[in-house]
Design a protein around this ligand. Structure first.
Ligand SMILES: Cc1ncc(COP(=O)(O)O)c(C=O)c1O
Length: 401
């Protein structure tokens, strides 16, 4: 990064800092080359190893690798029996994927507002909504940014109402809740290995479970619903014969992606340590600006927050610019940022289909209006981190009323 110093003696970037970037090293390149040279590109030995190593790392009995977290969520809902006319409880504060998979199966998403501090689904409200949602079959808690939802009351509500719990853990590797690793708590947990995530396979996802029947169902449906081990049919041990048992999907992970995943998995703890270090530095620096900003909560003592996202929330009423202008100022300072999320109920599809208006879920809506996600990834240098702090601090000091 080239910097000059501004009139407040703070560094100003002269090159753009992207919001997110993967950390790809020689190990990933070597692992992918090994796959290319092996001649086996699609689902095969590397996927099997990636599944085994991921399951062991999480502490789950089964892991099913697929080509996205969206696919994992879809397969998970299908496996627990969600279908036409059912309801699925979830949060509005999430990405498109969480809502659309419910619609794929002809079910209805029933949204439950968030806790204004954690931005995760509010367990108290979930209990109230579950009492009335008599067609509900499942609940999808989403661990925003890598901070785990309060799972004990969510699991208790699910047990009381006979709901399956599918965790959207797209942001959450590695995170823990009361000492338990994500991926071992509910019926099925779905992870994302999209390029911006804490570990990546380019595109990819994983579903973990301790239930063999659910794992088998997801595996079969991830590959056209055809009989077990269909992917071995081109090996010496395989057979050309197969049976289509159900109309499944094409969601299998290729070995090229799993090769990346294997190398990334070995680095996951080091990646996490760097993310946590950046989060600590941000929170220390932004804690000096309480008039302007609210910093995100960390995990409870002894637990892990994956720090996939670092979401600042502005005290907009104390600033003479709004969130969107704040983002523009950051852009001018060469800092790439994002917003997580535009809640589902604010999007045209959900408004037109279910008649939602923004204040139907006021905590999610207000949180959205004030949020800015800052760059946080292992490849960032200390200077990059300081340049983000300098830019945010300058904008706050310039625009606080
Ligand atoms: C909360 C959440 N769930 C699901 C997904 C979907 O993940 P994928 O891109 O791997 O399908 C994302 C992606 O960003 C996400 O943020």
């Amino acid at each position: 990064m080239t910097t000059v110093v501004n009139d407040m003696d703070r560094p100003v970037r002269t090159t753009f800092l992207p919001f997110a970037a993967p950390s790809i090293g020689e190990e990933e390149i070597a692992e992918v080359l090994d796959t290319l040279r092996s001649g086996w590109l699609t689902t095969g030995p590397k996927v099997k190893r990636f599944e085994e190593e991921f399951a062991a790392r999480v502490g789950a009995k089964y892991a099913v690798a697929v080509n996205s977290c969206t696919a994992a969520l879809h397969l998970a809902l299908e496996a627990v029996g969600v279908g036409e006319g059912d309801e699925v409880l979830t949060t509005p504060m999430t990405f498109a994927a969480t809502g659309e998979v419910i619609r794929y199966l002809g079910a209805t998403p029933v949204l439950v507002d968030i806790d204004p501090v954690t931005m995760n689904i509010d367990p108290q409200r979930l209990t109230e909504v579950a009492k009335k949602a008599w067609r509900a079959k499942a609940v999808i808690p989403v661990h925003i940014g890598g901070l785990m939802c309060d799972m004990d009351p969510i699991m208790a509500t699910a047990r009381e109402h006979g709901l399956a719990v599918i965790e959207d853990a797209a942001h959450t590797f590695p995170s823990t809740y009361k000492g338990r690793m994500v991926g071992t708590i509910s019926n099925i947990t779905c992870f994302s290995f999209y390029s911006t995530k804490t570990i990546t396979t380019g595109e990819g996802g994983m579903a973990t479970t301790d239930d063999e029947a659910l794992a088998d169902r997801m595996r079969m449906m991830s590959l056209h619903g055809i009989s077990k081990n269909a992917w071995t049919r081109y090996t010496a041990a395989g057979s050309w014969k197969y049976d289509i048992l159900f109309p499944g999907f094409k969601y299998n992970m290729p070995d090229i992606a799993a090769a990346l995943g294997l190398a990334q998995l070995r680095k996951a703890d080091a990646f996490h340590a760097r993310r946590a270090e950046i989060a600590t530095r941000y929170t220390q620096a932004f804690g000096q600006l309480p008039d302007c900003l609210e910093t995100p909560p960390g995990a409870a003592a002894g637990d892990l927050h994956s720090w996939h996202l670092y979401v600042l929330r502005l005290h907009a009423e104390r600033l003479n610019i709004g969130r969107d202008e704040f983002i523009e100022e950051l852009k001018k300072a060469n800092i790439g940022v994002s917003v997580h999320f535009i809640p589902l109920h604010v999007h045209p599809y959900y408004q037109e289909t279910y008649g939602y208006s923004p204040n139907d879920f006021p905590n999610a809506y207000q949180s959205y209006l004030r949020s800015i996600s800052l760059p946080i990834y292992p490849k960032m240098t200390d200077d990059d981190v300081e340049s983000v702090i300098a830019a945010v601090t300058t904008i706050c000091r310039t625009h606080v009323k």
